[in-house]
Structure formats: structure tokens, C-alpha cells
Design a protein around this ligand. Structure first.
Ligand SMILES: [Zn+2]
Length: 262
């Protein structure tokens, strides 16, 4: 317990320093991410929190490498800028924390797998959209396959989908080898996150709130554009990008649990 707590604190400080230097997280988000790391480390062990750090790092590294490209491609459109706030961290990490709590209470490995599925879903989603920006072709809506503006939720690219698949396989293989998972568990923690990421695009396309600028007519996820309030052009007002992310971590975790218990 003491060792796990200490490792959790060290990892939390490491993430705090890195993300503040890179200005990737707000202070609220730093506290939230650090708290989650310590919680997971104490509840389960430092291996689990190290994987959470790995997930954060994979997101930050891709952000850092592609940052400027992404910023210029999506800054007019995307709901939030590059810096993540505590709500986004909560949307991405809360399901993982609940899974770890259930694992601690019940001791069933299905909850541990659900934890991994939920954090790999976040990674898969982030890599699909970040690497997708590099695609020479414009993104297409996952449901209608019509060309959409970069940064609009629901838009996917073949490059992003492939990069995300590779990331899921690599993350699943590393976890499977370290935790000595069987073939079934191994496949589950690769496939469930990938389906979660696809569900993220489908829900992003069909249900997530979308706005349009009343001045320049650009579709956007921001509620302000050209200095004016934008108007809703589709989706449900309550379903923001963070809400979609949260729903999809739930989907990945619940699917993993159900299939693991079968
Ligand atoms: Zn505008």
C-alpha cells in the first residue's frame, strides 16, 4: 500500500510537471489526473497507474508532435482548444476509477479488464482523431460517408482508423504480456476499446450537439464564433464532446464486463 501510494504520488508529480510545461492541462485537470493516478495506484497497484500514465503520455506525445498541425486544422471548429480541463479528465478517467474500485471490492478480473478497456478506448479515440489530421483526404462522416470539416465529431479517416487499430493492438499486447492474460482476455481488451472508439464517432455524428456560425456560416462545435453566439444546427444540447467521451468509456467497460462474465 505504502509503495503503491508513493509510486502514485511520483507518477502524479511527473504528469503534473510535464503537462504544465507543455500547457496540456489546466491546474484543475492536473489535480484531477493526479488524484486519479494515486487512487488507482492505492486501490489496485502501480502497474495499473503506470498504464494510465502510458495512456496520458500516448495522448500528449501525439498532441505534442501534431499540435500545431491540429491547432491550425481544427481551431475554428473544435469545442475546446488544446488545453484540457478537469471535466475532460473526469469524462475520460472516471469509468476507469469505478472499474478499479469494483475490482478491489469484488476481486473479479473482469473489472480489471474493463479498466484497461476504458483507458484504451480514450487512447484509441484520441489517436484516431489526432493522426487523422495528417490524412491527405478530408475526413468523412462515419454514418453518411459524406466529407465533413476537420475537427467535427463523427468525421473519420482511413489513416486515423488504422493508427487507432495499431495502437489498440500494441496496448493490448503489452498489457496481455505483463498481466499474463489468456487469448480471450487479450482479444477483449483490444476489440472493446476499438468498438468504443467507433461508437464515439457514431454518437459524435448522430447525437452530439453541433452549432453553426450566424456570421460566417461555418459548422462548428464552439458556442461562440466570429464574436457571436452560434446556433444549434443538430444533435442534442446536453450531449457535448466530453459527454460522448464518457458514454464511450462506459460502453467499452460494460461490453468487456459482459463478455468476460459470459
Ligand atoms: Zn464564424
Amino acid at each position: 500500500m505504502t509503495i503503491n501510494f508513493l509510486v502514485g504520488v511520483i507518477l502524479a508529480i511527473g504528469i503534473a510537471v510535464l503537462t504544465r510545461i507543455k500547457k496540456a492541462l489546466t491546474w484543475g485537470a492536473v489535480w484531477m489526473a493526479g488524484g486519479m493516478l494515486i487512487f488507482i495506484s492505492c486501490m489496485s497497484g502501480w502497474v495499473e497507474s503506470l498504464f494510465l500514465v502510458g495512456m496520458y503520455l500516448s495522448v500528449f506525445v501525439v498532441d505534442a508532435v501534431l499540435g500545431e498541425k491540429m491547432e491550425s486544422a481544427t481551431k475554428d471548429v473544435h469545442e475546446k482548444g488544446g488545453i484540457r480541463n478537469y471535466k475532460q479528465i473526469l469524462a475520460n478517467g472516471s469509468v476507469g476509477c469505478i472499474c478499479i474500485l469494483l475490482y478491489k471490492m469484488r476481486g473479479q478480473s473482469a473489472f480489471l479488464m474493463a479498466y484497461y478497456a476504458s483507458i484504451f478506448e480514450v487512447m484509441a479515440d484520441s489517436i484516431a482523431s489526432d493522426v487523422g489530421v495528417l490524412s491527405k483526404h478530408p475526413p468523412r462522416d462515419i454514418c453518411t460517408w459524406k466529407v465533413v470539416k476537420r475537427g467535427i465529431s463523427g468525421g473519420v479517416s482511413v489513416l486515423g482508423l488504422m493508427a487507432s487499430a495499431i495502437a489498440c493492438v500494441v496496448a493490448g499486447m503489452v498489457t496481455g504480456l505483463i498481466l499474463k492474460f489468456g487469448m480471450r482476455e487479450f482479444l477483449l481488451i483490444i476489440i472493446a476499446p476499438y468498438f468504443g472508439m467507433l461508437a464515439d464517432s457514431v454518437i459524435g455524428s448522430r447525437l452530439q450537439v453541433k452549432y453553426v456560425c450566424t456570421v460566417c456560416g461555418m459548422p462548428t462545435e464552439k458556442n461562440k464564433h466570429c464574436g457571436m453566439q452560434t446556433v444549434i444546427s443538430g444533435g442534442f444540447k446536453k450531449i457535448s464532446n466530453s459527454m460522448v467521451n464518457f458514454i464511450c468509456t462506459v460502453l467499452a467497460a460494460v461490453t468487456t464486463c459482459l463478455l468476460a462474465f459470459l
